[in-house]
Design a binder for this molecule. Structure first.
Ligand SMILES: [Zn+2]
Length: 218
């Protein structure tokens, strides 16, 4: 093989986020064609119906019980895997671009993770997911919500504990404004919805006209 071919292959091949195989493709992509079609069969593009006064509409992309998707989400939670974030953002973009409700927003933001977790892993996967959606949609991404250091992890708590745990844990980032704007609020997984409800409340309190919530898994 010629050196130019080797360089060419290195530039044009991607490592699949699902099977780990290298595949050649002439555009930036994250999953090999075979895995991509399998993953896409699982897209739900469905509503969660969180039923909260501060959330105008909500949507999730996949069901939580799908082991393959769940692994890809947990991987990006535990390791700085930008390609997983970008893949899910690509799916999200495709699901919202032609949706009359979800395609109409001004700002993308996210439910921030525990700053301690962020410093351990080295990044906030939820911010990474949100930022990639913003890029695909050509909208601004702002970190509108900040999270205080400390507090317990939501997944270790029951419903009542989760509700009291989120209270006073998040606050609006005064560096930005969302007055009169429609905000797309994204997160990775919704379980009880207490985190997203609290984040939506803060956005509405800061003047957002509408909050649309989007998740990878329900
Ligand atoms: Zn693959």
């Amino acid at each position: 093989m010629k050196l130019s071919d080797l360089i060419g292959n290195a530039l044009c091949s991607n490592k699949c986020i699902n099977c780990g195989e290298l595949f050649e493709i002439y555009q930036e992509y994250e999953a090999c064609p075979a895995c991509d079609s399998i993953l896409r069969e699982n897209i739900q593009n469905n509503t969660v119906q969180i039923n909260d006064i501060n959330i105008s509409a909500d949507k999730f992309l996949f069901f939580y019980n799908n082991a393959t998707i769940k692994k890809l989400v947990l991987d990006m939670k535990n390791f700085p895997l930008g390609q997983n974030c970008r893949y899910f953002a690509r799916i999200a973009y495709e699901c919202i671009v032609n949706d009359p409700v979800f395609s109409d927003f001004d700002i993308v933001t996210h439910c921030p993770r525990n700053p301690h977790k962020e410093s351990v892993v080295g990044y906030d996967h939820s911010a990474c997911f949100a930022e990639n959606i913003a890029t695909f949609c050509e909208k601004p991404f702002f970190k509108l919500i900040k999270r205080k250091i400390g507090g317990k992890e939501q997944k270790k708590l029951n419903l009542t504990q989760r509700i009291s745990n989120v209270h006073n844990k998040f606050y609006f980032n005064r560096k930005y404004s969302c007055k009169g704007k429609t905000v797309l609020l994204v997160d990775d997984i919704v379980t009880t919805g207490s985190t997203v409800k609290e984040c939506a409340r803060i956005l509405k309190e800061a003047g957002a006209s509408k909050v649309l919530a989007l998740f990878i898994l329900d």
